[in-house]
Design a protein around this ligand. Structure first.
Ligand code: 5RP
Length: 232
């Protein structure tokens, strides 16, 4: 990607982040996503906190927790929280019906818990993330290490091509000390069915298909904001 288009994408990410952070109210418990787009939101939220907004954050990754604390946001432990008022996170791909692929940054499990706890789960994106069918981005699947070979075999039965995620020469490890396999299913016709099929494999800790977990997507595109919401 050229520096110019990266800059353009960052402008869109920031615009979407500002719009989402404007929806946060005093005393909200706020779920904080992971990734470059979520980082813009965390920075915007921290600026509002400095100006007097009183909220508590809940992080979807160790990296996000570290960032939020460094910016002065008071944090709650995810495992102690039973309700989140609003959450703000990015996505790797989405379709207009609010179905997502997430987990490019490896935080899919905690992101899913945050979204599931959230009354108002908001996804913020630049225009590059919108697709008509999911699947160009490979579906991250978090796998308990001891079950790795078994899970790969089961995913192959679902016609997925698996690739173990690496971190340099080492196997990538999530915050939960699990592996990630990035799976090419081709374009996905039935994300809901695939989500159920993956959930049924013993050893799959979480997968990056987010179905029925999103209340609203705010996408910034060339200076305007486009909102996708759940049909009533
Ligand atoms: C991390 C995620 C991110 O939300 C996703 O990868 C998008 O990241 P970015 O905003 O950097 O494009 O799911 O696990």
């Amino acid at each position: 990607m050229s520096i110019q288009s990266e800059h353009h994408q960052d402008e869109e990410k920031l615009a979407a982040a500002k719009a989402a952070v404007a929806l946060v109210n005093d005393h909200d418990v706020v779920g904080l996503g992971t990734g470059s787009t979520a980082t813009f939101a965390i920075q915007e939220l921290a600026a509002r906190v400095k100006n007097g907004l009183q909220i508590k954050g809940v992080a979807s990754s160790v990296k996000t927790a570290t960032l939020a604390i460094s910016l002065g946001i008071e944090m709650l432990e995810l495992g102690t929280v039973s309700h989140i008022d609003i959450s703000i996170d990015g996505a790797d791909e989405f379709t207009e019906d609010l179905t997502l692929i997430k987990g490019g940054g490896g935080a899919l499990f905690r992101e899913k818990i945050v979204a599931s706890l959230s009354k108002n789960s908001i996804i913020i994106t630049d225009a590059s993330k919108k697709v008509t069918k999911l699947g160009a981005f490979k579906v991250p699947v978090e796998v308990v290490p001891i079950a790795y070979q078994y899970v790969v075999t089961q995913i192959e039965k679902l016609n997925g091509l698996t690739k173990l995620r690496l971190n340099g020469a080492e196997t990538y490890l999530t915050d939960n000390h699990n592996y990630i396999v990035d799976v090419d299913f081709g374009l996905i016709n039935e994300p809901g069915k695939l989500s159920v099929d993956l959930n049924q494999i013993d050893g799959v800790f979480a997968h990056g298909l987010f179905v029925n977990l999103t209340a609203q997507i705010i996408m910034a595109k060339e200076g305007s904001l486009i909102k996708f919401t759940k049909p009533k």
